[in-house]
Design a protein around this ligand. Structure first.
Ligand code: URA
Length: 211
C-alpha cells in the first residue's frame, strides 16, 4: 500500500542487509554491524536534499569555490534505546552532527507514552532534525517524541526507521503530516503485543543482546 509522506528506501544493499538482520540466527555482533551499515545508507538517502554552501579551498593545482554541508546544523535525535543503533551508523557519515536523546516509556495503566529523558543541543530553532528509531510499531511513542521536539521549533524534522508497520505509519503521519518518514520496509502488520510482523523481533534486544 502506498503511504503519503513516506519514502521506502528500496536500494538492493539496504534490502539485502535488512533480510539478514531479520533472520533469527543472525548474531548480536552481526546484527549490530549490519544496522551500522544500513544506517549509513539510510543517512545517505535522508540527507539527499540538504542545502550546500560554497567555501573557498585550494587544491594542489588551483583555488576553487567548493560545495560543503553545514553539518553542525544537522541534529540527530535518538529515541532510546534502540535509536542509538541507527545513531551510531549515521554519525559515521555525518560526524559533525549534534545529537539529542529522548526516552519514553509506556504507562502500563493509561498506555500513554511518558517521557523519562530529554536532552537536546542548544539553539534547536536553527537546526534540521533527523529523528531515528529502528521500529515504527504503534507509532505512539514516535509521534509523542516528534511533538516534544516540535515544541523546540526546529527548522525541519524528518523521521528515519528500519521497519514501519502500516498501522504505525497511519498514526504517525496522521499526527504529523508535515514530517516525512524514511524506512527500509513497510511490513505486513502489528501483532497483539505491538510487535511488527514479520519484523525482526525486539530491535533493542537484538542490538544489545538483552532478552
Ligand atoms: N519494537 C521492536 O523492537 N520491535 C517491534 O517489532 C516493535 C517494537
Amino acid at each position: 500500500m502506498a503511504h503519503k509522506n513516506c519514502t521506502v528506501i528500496d536500494h538492493p544493499l539496504v534490502q539485502h542487509k535488512l533480510s539478514i538482520m531479520r533472520m533469527e540466527e543472525t548474531s548480536c555482533a552481526e546484527f549490530r554491524r549490519l544496522l551500522r551499515e544500513v544506517s549509513m545508507l539510510l543517512a545517505y538517502e535522508v540527507t539527499r536534499d540538504l542545502p550546500l554552501t560554497k567555501v573557498d579551498i585550494t587544491t594542489p593545482l588551483t583555488k576553487m569555490r567548493a560545495p560543503v554541508i553545514d553539518g553542525k546544523k544537522i541534529t540527530l535525535v535518538s529515541i532510546l534505546r534502540a535509536g542509538n543503533g541507527i545513531l551510531d551508523g549515521m554519525l559515521e557519515l555525518i560526524p559533525s552532527a549534534r545529537v539529542g536523546h529522548i526516552g519514553l516509556y509506556r504507562d502500563p495503566q493509561t498506555l500513554a507514552p511518558v517521557e523519562y529523558y530529554f536532552k537536546m543541543p542548544p539553539e534547536m530553532s536553527q537546526r534540521d532534525v533527523i529523528v531515528v528509531d529502528p521500529m515504527l510499531a504503534t507509532g505512539n511513542s514516535a509521534a509523542a517524541a516528534i511533538s516534544r521536539i516540535k515544541s523546540m521549533a526546529p527548522l525541519s524534522i524528518k523521521f528515519v526507521c528500519l521497519i514501519a508497520s502500516p498501522e504505525g505509519l497511519d498514526v504517525f503521519t496522521g499526527a504529523h503530516p508535515d514530517v516525512h518518514v524514511y524506512t527500509a520496509s513497510i511490513d505486513e502488520k502489528l501483532d497483539e503485543h505491538g510487535y511488527i510482523l514479520p519484523g525482526l523481533g525486539d530491535a533493542g534486544d537484538r542490538i544489545y543482546g538483552t532478552k
